[in-house]
Design a binder for this molecule. Sequence first.
Ligand code: ADP
Ligand code: MG
Length: 731
Amino acid sequence: MDASPASGHPPSPHADRPRSLSTPLERLPGVGTARAEKLVRLELVTASDALMHFPREYRDFSGAHAFADFREGEHASIAGEVTSVAARTTAGGRPLLTVLLACNGGHVRGVWFNMPFMNRRFVAGMKVVFAGVPKKSGPNWEFSHPEVRWLSGEEQPHASDWLAIYPLAEGVPQAVVRAAVQAALVHAADLPAEAFPAEVLAAKSLLPIGEAFREIHCPSSQGMIDAARRRFVYQELFMLQLALRMHRERQQRDHAAPTIAVDTRLDSRILARFPFPLTPAQRRVCGEIVADMQSPRPMNRLLQGDVGSGKTAVAIYAMLAVAATPVKTGGIDSAAVAEEPTPGTKPAEKPLRYQAAIMAPTELLARQHMATLERLLAGSGVEVQLLVGGQPAKERKRVLARIQSGEVGIVVGTQALVCTEAAIFKNLGLVVIDEQHRFGVLQRATLQQGDTDPHVLVMTATPIPRTIAHAVYGDLDVSVLDEQPPGRQPVRTYRVGPEQLDQWWEFFCKKLAEGRQGYVVVPAVDESKRELASIASTLEALANGPLEAYRLGLVHGRLKPKEKAAIMDRFRAGEIDVLVATSVIEVGIDVPQATLMTILDADSFGLAQLHQLRGRVARGATQGICGAATQTADATIPRIDAFVSTTDGFALAEQDLLLRGPGELVGTRQSGAPPMYLADLLRDSTVVSEARRDALELFGRDPSLSDSSWSRLRELILKRWGEQLGLGQVG
Ligand code: ADP
Ligand code: MG
């Protein structure tokens, strides 16, 4: 790299400088060193990085909206002439800029707070377009901090003015990102090589790569935005699908896993351990898991099941099957699960069996799994050990030694811990990852040990739709627990506006008077001193107000585990009627007789979190009741309205993904392809299936992509996924 940036001189744009995707952004006209330094915060360093930095959304700047089309809360844009520019300071000392725009048929106002530098950008007589979400202010419409497009001379806003809005980082304004992307487009849009043969582009109606880059950043119409996105989503999934196929093929060739067989005797011995019969859905999924583990290839299965569907029981079934299988001989030792070690057998003669581990996201949940397993396995020959961060060093050493000796059948731990300590096992046969909310195709890599792999079962309550799961986890099999244990009833859920709150508490108390117990959930971000103080005053207000006739308790994350446990015990024993709690109760807590819940400031919780919270009162035979109290009375709050309208976790998960907008799903912007966003996948689900089908078809025909027309694609796949998926030199 040459030294021009260090010399402090602005880089001069040389027309003859060779154009390259790896050209540093600072060398591009309109970017420069200062902006380039900011862009690093978004990991944008080269022209290629900027090209790959895809817009989050688009604003319609066509200015076609008339006042009649303005709707409260909806995006709109309008063109007009600046008639006045007024800068003043508010009573609160904040600079306020007001720009009045004369439009066809009236006036609109644009206002900016704390942005004094905007003042000089407006002069009376200029023609501009405002875009944003207008609010009615008196008789006029007002835009607060609108996006602005300055129209030069006689330029008319035309229908193709779509402005890209980019994901930002702190201290990196939209304008800087936009300038970098524009410069990168001019410099390099036609440089990325086309991955698809021309006849495929034509047959699939895909935009050529250069055009796709131009249209994704500078769309000429809404239709072209869709076409460009379709091209990228198609390519991304096509590539991922092929990468996963190659990975799977390799995996099957190079890696072996223990063969775990379950005969009817072991099956009935395991089932006898549960205090309830497994539901048909649980039995079906256990069957799917056993079928996988019977093969000497590592299982890689995702289990999706709504909150309360009984995923733990399935995990325990699978772990017991593993813990009953002796190493090497491959025979079955179902006696292990049944009773005390066979009388007369000395421990030393006991055959070594495979080990299973379950990893929970929190220590609280790990401890709960431990308690469940100890209860279920009391008197059996399977040793269970807990491995969590909070253990004293000595205890931990002891546990590790037991695990290393191979005597421990089941290890319960937190995800972080067991992940980093995969080498502690003697004969790891199965890993269960509980409550995995973030998905990663790649996590199993950390679990590989030499050339035998454990089987892997990942469990989640926040499912992604099946078509997409298949597309994204080509090599991951999916099981679904689509049935709740018998007797469960959907929780009756209400939205409670401010003026209904009194009535709600009356109802809540009536139910308490019938002998029920309940929760009041209060939002907390960091459980800081200040926040805890405010929670304490909420508690006091409840204790001296609507809930004064009842015994209240308080739990939050800052309590010592012992204190927390003591309060939970009193709640469980019925000595506390209402537990006021932060979202520490979101996962894990299981008190079946508590069937009432009030969620205060429900709008400050995410949808998945609300659903998890509600799951706490859906455990027993009595129908749960949940009130979601909101600050506002009638405005729609999509999240809350969705929450109230259904208790179907799958439907909510889908809704959640759409509402949350683009969450990155897999991969990073490493090279060759943009990140994939779930929201796009949901929106474009037909492209998703199409890309998958086409990729599988190609793989069937030409598994190593040896045909020269695919060499560019093959190169891209290796560059992007090769290392992570261990593809090496495919073919
Ligand atoms: P999740 O899928 O949310 O992890 P759990 O495994 O914690 O659900 O199960 C929720 C509750 O349902 C637990 O109290 C568990 O004991 C109970 N349960 C699980 N399976 C059954 C069943 N087949 N019959 C009755 N109760 C069950
Ligand atoms: Mg669970």
